[in-house]
Every structure is written in structure tokens, then in C-alpha cells.
Design a protein around this ligand. Structure first.
Ligand code: NAD
Length: 276
């Protein structure tokens, strides 16, 4: 069976470069969908308290025949739970819903700068890592000033920053900052929520390589040193998105995709102003 390549994080743990995201996967099908993904070879699952499907992810983990130490489970702290004590309690609730003794990667979902509690929230994640119940800790949707604040206050750099990133929003400034601080870049909405799949340049590359547009985009993420977590509920697409380890993009291909970057390419909320 195909196996995802891994990256080594700044804390020494490894993470599969290609994982499976479950945002908007309804709870009543989550166990089945995640089971399909694990059977297809995915070992990393990305959920969040806010996705309301942690129990389904947990059921799939409990029901699969892959040992726990070969899975990499990520969940995220929701905005309403910022603050030191609330974070510790919310972590316990996620652990219980997932039915796990530890989380591989725990993320602060959004910085919520106007709430201004993300520094003490980060300190709670540092404590969870010290306890060993969160093996790795990171953030999501943090921009450079927020990353600097938490690193200055704690002396601990996040292992991962999970940000919106796809060919039309390539986030070069964030990636450069991450590289300098040894923070891994994880791409959310790696397929641009499906909107990039009809792009003409991507279609040309798909034809050239005999691959699907989704496979071309996921290969671009891997060849760019990123971690990608595509989502699908369709079994054929779940398998298709994992069948990307038998080819590479060449320099011309990479240049063609580099040209798709747009400053206005963001699909999701701006972390500075996100209000939910
Ligand atoms: P995505 O870019 O993974 O696109 C998913 C959509 O693309 C699917 O719903 C489907 O419509 C289409 N698709 C997928 N595979 C396809 C294929 N092979 N052929 C044709 N169409 C295909 O978008 P996403 O779900 O927004 O992002 C992926 C994951 O990232 C989420 O599930 C979640 O885990 C994570 N995420 C995190 C945040 C955050 O704030 N941290 C925000 C959004 C998403």
C-alpha cells in the first residue's frame, strides 16, 4: 500500500505530508469516511472541536486495524475556549470525544486578536506538550505578529502553522518566516475547496502527466515541502487524492503553478478580522 512521505517537526516528531481533512464532513458519515481514508492509506486525520465530528473520527480510529502509534491525529481548540484554564478543559473534552490518550498535534484554530487571549492559550498548549498528552503543538491561521508574540512570551515555536494555501494563494511571506523559525507549513483548503480543479494550467499539467487536476495540485504541495490535508467524502476521490506518490512535477510545471498565485486569492476568512 502507498505510504505518505513524512516531514520531521521542530520537536523531533514526524508528520505525514499528506493527510485527510474532515471539515464539513457530517457526523453521521464521519466514521465511514475516515475509515475509507485509513483503508486507502492515509495515516493523518485533521479534525477540530468546531467540526463537531471528533466522536466519528474516534470511532473510525477505534474500528480500524492500524495501530495507534502509526496514526497522526490533529484536533484544534475553538475560539470560545481561549484562555489558560479553558484550554486545558477543552483539550480534555476533545480527547474524550476522540477516545484517545494523547493527540499527535493540537492547534489553536484561530488567533482571535481582538479577544487577545492567544498568548495564555499558547502557554496552556506548552503545558499539554510537557504532560505528553499533546505530542506536538501548533497554531492555525496565525500571521507573523501573532507568531512572534507567542514565541517571545513562551520561548517555544509552534511545530506547525496551518494556513490557507493553494496555487492561487501561495503565502510566500508566511512560508519564508516559517522556514526561518523551523515551523512546518500545513496547507488548509489545499485544492482551493475544489475551485482550482478547472483551472486551464492545471488541466494542461494533468494531461501531460496522465493525472487528475487534484493529483497535480497535491503533488505541487508535496514538491513544495508543504503538508496538505485535502477533504472529500467520495471514496474514489479519497483514493485518487492519495495516489500521488509515483510522479513528480518538473521545474517548468512548478513555474506554471507559481504563476497562478494571486494576492486576492484568499477564499476563507482573513485571520486579522475573522469574527466567529
Ligand atoms: P479542499 O481544498 O480540500 O477541497 C475539498 C473539496 O474539493 C471537496 O469538498 C470536493 O468538493 C473537492 N474535491 C476533493 N477532492 C477532489 C477530487 N479528487 N476531484 C474533484 N473534486 C475534489 O477544501 P477544505 O475541505 O476546505 O480543506 C481541507 C481541510 O483543511 C479541511 O477538511 C480541514 O481539515 C482543513 N481546514 C482547516 C481550516 C482552518 O481554519 N484551520 C479551514 C478550512 C479547512
Amino acid at each position: 500500500m502507498a505510504v505518505s512521505p513524512t516531514l520531521t517537526l521542530n520537536d523531533g516528531h514526524t508528520i505525514p505530508q499528506l493527510g485527510f481533512g474532515v471539515w464539513q464532513v457530517p457526523l453521521d458519515v464521519t466514521e465511514q469516511v475516515v475509515g475509507t481514508a485509513i483503508a486507502a492509506g492515509y495515516r493523518a486525520i485533521d479534525t477540530a472541536a468546531a467540526y463537531d465530528n471528533e466522536t466519528g473520527v474516534g470511532a473510525a480510529i477505534a474500528g480500524c486495524d492500524v495501530p495507534r502509534d502509526q496514526l497522526f491525529i490533529t484536533t484544534k481548540l475553538w475560539n470560545a475556549e481561549h484562555g489558560y484554564d479553558r484550554t486545558l478543559r477543552a483539550f480534555d473534552a476533545s480527547l474524550e470525544k476522540l477516545g484517545l490518550e494523547y493527540i499527535d498535534l493540537y492547534l489553536i484554530h484561530w488567533p482571535k486578536p481582538r479577544q487577545n487571549l492567544y498568548v495564555e492559550t499558547w502557554k496552556a498548549l506548552v503545558e499539554l506538550r510537557r504532560q505528553g498528552r499533546a505530542r506536538s503543538i501548533g497554531v492555525s491561521n496565525f500571521t507573523i505578529p501573532y507568531l512572534e508574540h507567542i514565541m517571545d512570551a513562551s520561548g517555544v515555536a509552534p511545530a506547525v502553522n496551518q494556513i490557507e494555501l493553494h496555487p492561487q494563494f501561495q503565502q510566500h511571506a508566511m512560508r519564508e518566516f516559517h522556514r526561518r523559525h523551523n515551523i512546518a507549513t500545513q496547507a488548509w483548503s489545499p485544492l482551493g475547496q475544489g475551485r482550482l480543479l478547472k483551472n486551464a494550467s492545471i488541466a494542461t499539467l494533468a494531461k501531460k502527466h496522465g493525472k487528475s487536476p487534484a493529483q497535480i495540485i497535491l503533488r505541487w504541495h508535496l514538491d513544495s515541502g508543504l503538508i496538505a490535508i485535502p477533504k472529500s467524502v467520495t471514496p474514489e476521490r479519497i483514493r485518487e487524492n492519495f495516489a500521488v506518490f509515483d510522479f513528480h512535477l518538473d521545474a517548468d510545471d512548478m513555474n506554471a503553478i507559481a504563476a497562478l498565485d494571486r494576492t486576492s486569492g484568499r477564499i476563507g476568512p482573513d485571520p486579522d478580522t475573522a469574527d466567529f
